[in-house]
Ligand binder design. Structure first.
Ligand SMILES: *Cc1c(COP(=O)(O)O)cnc(C)c1O
Length: 422
C-alpha cells in the first residue's frame, strides 16, 4: 500500500468518507484520493513523493501559485504579532479598503471565514432589507452549503447526484425558486408569479460549479433589469470569479452592477476568508450599524487578512490578459489533440478557468452539462493523474490555471493529454 492509501484507509475510520469536503474523495472518478504533503508554485508533492502539475489550485484560491514568498512572509509577520484578537485590527481596515477599491459595486464590506458564510449572510441581509422571503437560484449553481441553497446545487451535490439533502426542512427550500441557468424567460415567469415575495436573485456570473458555463449575451443584464423592476436585490456570487475573471471580478468585466457581491477563495490567499459587500444603504443594515445580525469569532482574522491583502496587492500588478491568452492557447491545443483522436468534446473557458465536457453539444446550463460523458471524464482524469497532472476530480468542476504555471507545465499537460487513450 502507498502512504496515500494507508492514510485514506485510516481517514475513512475517523472522518466521514475519509475527507473533510466530499469532492476530494474522488468518488465520481473511481479512484482513491491522493494525500498531499506540500505544494510550491504550480506543483503538488504527494505523501509518496510524487510530483503533480496542479490544475485545481485548491479550487481557485491559489491564483498566484502555492507558497508565494510575499504571501507567506505577510502571513508569518502577522502571526508573529498574534493570530487572533477578537478585537479590531488595522489589517481589517486595509483589507476592506482594498476590496472596496477593486470591486465596482462594493461600497462597504463585511469579512467572514468562508464562501458559505458569505452567501448565507448576503441572503439574510437581502431578506432583512427587502422584508421578503424568497430567493431565485439557478440549477447547477453552487453557493456553499447553507440550507437555503441546497436545492439543485452544483459542485459536490452535482458530482454525487444529490438533488437536495436530508436535514434541510422542506419549509426552508420552499423559499428557494429554481430556474435554468441562462434562461431569462424562466426568471421573468418566477417574478410574474412571486414578484412581491422575492428578496433576491443569486447567480454565479460565470457558473463554475457545474463545470464552467458562461453567461449568454444579455443574461446578466436581463437579471439586473428584472430585479430592479420588482424591487428585488441582485446578488453576484463571485466566490470563484472575484479577482479571477478580472481584478474587479465578473461584474467589472461584464459591466453589470449587482446590489450585493459575495467573495471567497482568492481573497484569502489560501487562508479561510470570505466576504459580502455592496451598496452602503444595504450594508448599513448589518449589525451593529443595523438590525440584521451576523458575527464571527475569527472574522477578519489578522493572519488571513495579511495573506489576503498581500495576494490582492500582487494581483493588482498581475497581467491577467497574458494568463488568459495562455489559457486559451492551452485549451486550443488540447482541443486539437482531442480532434486528432476523434473524441467529441466541448471546452468552455474564460480567464484562467476551463472545463472539458465530453460531448459535442454546447453547454449552456445544468441539463446540457449533465449530457457530457462522465465515464469518459473519469477515465481522462485517471490517466492524466497517472501522467502527473492533477485535474478537478469531477466533470462538474472547473480546472484552474495560475500565474505560477510555466511553459514546462503547459507542455507537460499537453504531453499527458496526447497519451490519453479513449
Ligand atoms: C466555493 C464556492 C462557495 C462556497 O465557498 P466555501 O468557502 O467552500 O464555503 C460559494 N459559492 C461559489 C460560487 C463557490 O465556488
Amino acid at each position: 500500500m502507498s502512504k496515500s492509501q494507508e492514510l485514506f484507509e485510516q481517514a475513512k475510520t475517523l472522518i466521514p468518507g475519509g475527507v473533510n469536503s466530499p469532492v476530494r474523495a474522488c468518488l465520481s472518478v473511481g479512484v482513491d484520493p491522493i494525500f498531499i504533503d506540500s505544494a510550491r508554485g504550480s506543483r503538488l508533492t504527494t505523501v509518496d513523493g510524487d510530483e503533480l502539475v496542479d490544475f485545481v489550485m485548491s479550487w481557485g484560491p491559489m491564483l498566484l501559485g502555492y507558497g508565494h514568498p510575499e504571501v507567506n512572509a505577510a502571513a508569518a509577520a502577522a502571526a508573529a504579532k498574534g493570530t487572533s484578537f477578537g478585537a479590531p485590527c488595522a489589517l481589517e481596515v486595509e483589507m476592506a479598503k482594498a476590496v472596496v477599491d477593486a470591486v465596482p459595486s462594493i461600497e462597504m464590506v463585511r469579512m467572514v471565514s468562508s464562501g458559505t458564510e458569505a452567501t448565507m449572510s448576503a441572503l439574510r441581509l437581502a431578506r432583512g432589507y427587502t422584508g421578503r422571503s424568497k430567493v431565485v437560484k439557478f440549477m447547477g449553481n453552487y453557493h456553499g452549503h447553507s440550507d437555503s441553497f441546497l436545492a439543485s446545487a452544483g459542485s459536490g451535490l452535482a458530482t454525487l447526484s444529490i438533488p437536495g439533502t436530508p436535514g434541510v426542512p422542506a419549509e426552508t427550500v420552499a423559499h428557494t425558486l429554481l430556474a435554468p441557468y441562462n434562461d431569462l424567460d424562466a426568471v421573468k415567469a418566477l417574478f410574474a408569479a412571486h414578484g412581491s415575495d422575492i428578496a433576491a436573485v443569486i447567480v454565479e456570473p460565470c457558473a463554475g460549479n457545474m463545470g464552467l458555463v458562461l453567461p449568454a449575451d444579455g443574461f446578466l443584464k436581463g437579471l439586473r433589469a428584472v430585479t430592479e423592476q420588482y424591487g428585488a436585490l441582485l446578488i453576484f456570487d463571485e466566490v470563484i470569479t472575484g479577482f479571477r475573471v478580472s481584478f474587479g471580478g465578473a461584474q467589472k468585466r461584464f459591466g453589470i452592477t449587482p446590489d450585493l457581491t459575495t467573495l471567497g477563495k482568492i481573497i484569502g490567499g489560501g487562508y479561510p476568508v470570505g466576504c459580502y459587500g455592496g451598496k452602503r444603504e444595504i450594508m448599513e443594515r448589518v449589525a451593529p450599524s443595523g438590525d440584521v445580525y451576523q458575527a464571527g469569532t475569527l472574522s477578519g482574522n489578522p493572519v488571513a487578512m495579511a495573506a489576503g491583502l498581500a495576494t490582492l496587492r500582487l494581483l493588482e500588478q498581475a497581467d491577467y490578459g497574458a494568463l488568459e491568452r495562455r489559457t486559451v492557447k492551452l485549451v486550443d491545443e488540447m482541443t486539437g489533440l482531442f480532434m486528432e483522436k476523434s473524441v467529441p468534446v466541448t471546452v468552455n473557458t474564460i480567464a484562467s478557468l476551463f472545463t472539458v465536457f465530453f460531448t459535442r453539444e454546447e453547454i449552456t446550463d445544468f441539463d446540457s452539462a449533465r449530457k457530457a460523458d462522465g465515464e469518459r471524464y473519469a477515465s481522462f482524469y485517471r490517466q492524466m493523474r497517472a501522467n502527473g497532472v492533477n485535474l478537478a476530480p469531477s466533470g462538474y468542476e472547473c480546472s484552474f490555471t495560475s500565474f505560477a504555471h510555466t511553459e514546462e507545465d503547459y507542455d507537460h499537460f499537453l504531453d499527458a493529454v496526447s497519451k490519453v487513450q479513449f
